[in-house]
Design a protein around this ligand. Structure first.
Ligand code: ZN
Length: 171
């Protein structure tokens, strides 16, 4: 949930909808001592392959690559950067999850049919269970949102639920 995906270079109105449920979910996770890990897009200029396909976005160190004001990381959260769609690719996330003794990941943020979907794939390949609160992820269109959620359910066994169900399960 960085500026460029919400109100910047690749921003969309749809991204705004998930801010409130996500803030509440993060609050409950921190309260329940569930580790909160931010993995932000942070690209290098010129070399990054994503720029063959997408307009420039999320340049490392820029405003566009900062987490939005409403969801700023707090003390005790972890924060990693990524340069590819998957949050597992060359980020150290797998090592961190193993150090934390994690067996289930709850994926949130943007965007459902790209970064979330690739992260779900890599989580599944590495043996993690995947939970996706559907009101805490968004895609550019409703069709893409629904197709990606269905795909992750069918292919990675992801549990697609509401954030309220996640909060209830955490209690
Ligand atoms: Zn990117």
């Amino acid at each position: 949930m960085i500026n460029d995906f919400v109100s910047g270079a690749l921003g969309s109105e749809r991204a705004l909808r998930i801010i409130d449920p996500l803030r509440e979910l993060l609050r409950r996770a921190r309260e329940g001592r569930i580790p909160v890990i931010y993995i932000s897009d942070a690209h290098l200029p010129e070399v990054d392959r994503e720029f063959e396909l997408w307009p420039s976005h999320a340049l490392e160190g820029s405003w566009g690559a900062e987490v939005i004001e409403e969801l700023r990381p707090e003390a005790g959260d972890y924060h990693l950067n990524k340069r590819r769609y998957s949050a597992f690719y060359a980020t150290g996330l797998d090592l961190l999850l193993r150090e934390l003794g994690v067996d289930t990941v709850i994926l949130t943020g943007l965007v459902t049919n790209i970064c979330i979907q690739h992260t779900a794939a890599d989580a599944f390949f590495r043996g993690y269970k995947v939970v996706i609160p559907r009101d805490c992820v968004e895609a550019p269109t409703q069709e893409e949102q629904e197709a990606a959620l269905r795909y992750m359910e069918r292919v990675y066994g992801a549990k697609v639920v509401s954030s309220k169900e996640v909060v209830t399960a955490l209690q």
